[in-house]
Design a protein around this ligand. Structure first.
Ligand code: 5GP
Length: 121
């Protein structure tokens, strides 16, 4: 699976395009979605070059996998929407054509601040 170095999130990771940053560590970057679908809508992405979740699980190191999964809760805690610190949220990752993925760099959406609504619209 080829990773496109010119995808928009690769440019954000390289600092070529600005983002409204929420959190960053060795493994992940999190920033607000430019087109929010809920009161709080942020994205969490791995720093490595991974196209989608399947590509990630096949190629990422265990450290990277743990870093991304834990990063989701770190971000949710920071935003005050986690199970522990808030009222919960929805996370989802679109994968490929049928998943409706637009940006070919793995990302998890976090929707919070209000009820997420129907699971599939
Ligand atoms: P996908 O459909 O690939 O799961 O979601 C891609 C998401 O990236 C969309 O929700 C879209 O609004 C968001 N997005 C696309 N371009 C940009 C950008 O340049 N900056 C930010 N912050 N979000 C973006």
């Amino acid at each position: 699976m080829n990773y496109d170095d010119n995808n928009i999130f690769a440019k954000i990771l390289r600092g070529e395009i600005p983002c409204k940053k929420v959190y960053e560590d060795e493994f992940v970057l999190s920033f607000y979605d430019v087109n929010p679908r809920k009161k709080i809508h942020v994205l969490v992405i791995p720093k490595g070059k991974f196209v989608n979740l399947d590509h990630f699980n096949k190629n990422a190191s265990d450290k990277e996998i743990v870093g991304l999964i834990k990063g989701i809760t770190l971000v949710a805690n920071k935003l005050g929407i986690s199970f522990d610190k808030g009222e919960g949220y929805r996370t989802l990752s679109n994968i490929g054509l049928n998943g409706g993925q637009e940006v070919p760099h793995l990302h998890f959406h976090l929707f919070g601040g209000e009820k997420a609504g129907r699971m599939i619209g």
